[in-house]
Design a protein around this ligand. Structure first.
Ligand code: NAD
Length: 298
């Protein structure tokens, strides 16, 4: 298959492009920065909002397009106009161009659980949970989920939006993501360094490994879209865990349970005893109560 991946040099993009190349797909990788795009992909470097760049990447059409490039949550909140330009206008143009190139391509769109607002219900969510974004980022993701559904209903594209939880563990360094502290905990524990958590110990996060995330996108490229809900959007199964439990479990794996992990929101060490019921099965059960056989949990 010929697959275009935007944000191909980013955290998720690199893993996904490597997986697609390994199974023999032809990949066109778009990114503002060339360095991260894996070798083997045709590299299209520049701003996704540039129409000439979009046309270049879409030359000859494609079977599928995975849209990952984004202005992330923290950066979108700081600069809503930029978020609108990239996360809405540039994506809308790209979808229209992909549709015009023909073949009704499969679009796999990286949405986010931020469309569901904050905090997420402790009882879990399913595909019927109403959209209630609070952040600019989540609002713009929700708007583009609707664009994907509308263009799919008009048979311009064959789209699927997948709502990602926090993907772990992203490389160290600035990302503009509000959720980057989850990954920073991993790096601190591995290095035996002090870590100050910005949340309460009992605050829960919803997470998924980057390897599973890349597999989910490959499944979103291949799966039978006629089984998708009318919204064309699915919320992925995720690991729901408290920051205290994550510190305990990952600290144990690193042999660093005594690492100085402190919490800004409540002084003192993070809880070291696992909280009851924070298990991947909890959320999978909630999400899959009305299984449509999408296979995302496998
Ligand atoms: N990582 C997470 O925890 C998480 C959680 C929920 C949703 N998501 C979504 O998944 C997608 C991928 O996330 P990620 O962690 O790989 O992000 P990332 O920031 O690591 O990668 C994004 C890539 O897009 C590129 N990019 C950004 N703006 C661009 C532009 N205007 N033109 C061209 N390239 C541009 C960046 O250079 C970067 O390489 C994003 O859409 C994000 O909103 C991620």
């Amino acid at each position: 298959m010929k697959i275009i991946v935007t944000g191909a040099g980013g955290f998720v993009g690199r893993h996904l492009v490597a997986g697609l190349l390994a199974r023999g797909d032809t990949v066109v990788g778009i990114d503002a920065v060339a360095a991260g795009i894996p070798d083997g992909a045709r590299k299209v470097v520049g701003d996704i909002a540039d129409g000439t760049l979009q046309a270049d990447a879409l030359q000859g059409g494609c079977d599928a397009l995975v849209h990952l490039a984004t202005v992330p949550g923290g950066a979108a909140e700081a600069d809503p106009a930029r978020s609108r330009r990239i996360n809405i206008d540039a994506m809308y143009d790209l979808l229209e161009r992909a549709a015009a190139a023909g073949n009704r391509p499969r679009i796999a769109y990286a949405s986010s659980i931020a469309v569901l607002g904050h905090p997420l219900p402790a009882t879990g969510v399913n595909d019927d949970t109403p959209l209630s974004p609070e952040l600019v980022y989540g609002g713009h993701k929700a708007m583009m989920e609707i664009a994907v559904a509308m263009m799919s209903n008009r048979r311009m594209i064959d789209g699927i939006s997948i709502r990602l939880p926090g993907i772990l563990a992203r490389p160290k360094g600035p990302s503009g993501m509000k959720s980057a502290f989850m990954s920073d905990l991993f790096h601190a524990l591995q290095a035996g360094e002090a870590f100050t958590c910005p949340t309460r110990p009992a605050a829960t996060i919803w997470a998924q490994s980057v390897a599973q995330c890349a597999r989910n996108f490959i499944h979103a490229i291949d799966c039978d879209s006629s089984r998708m809900p009318p919204t064309r959007a699915v919320t992925l199964p995720a690991l729901r865990i408290s920051m205290g439990e994550l510190a305990h479990q990952h600290g144990g794996a690193c042999g660093r349970n005594r690492a100085p992990v402190r919490c800004l929101a409540r002084s003192g060490k993070l809880a070291t005893r696992p909280a009851a019921g924070s298990c991947i099965r909890d959320l999978s059960a909630a999400v899959c109560r009305r299984c449509i056989g999408c296979g995302f949990c496998r």
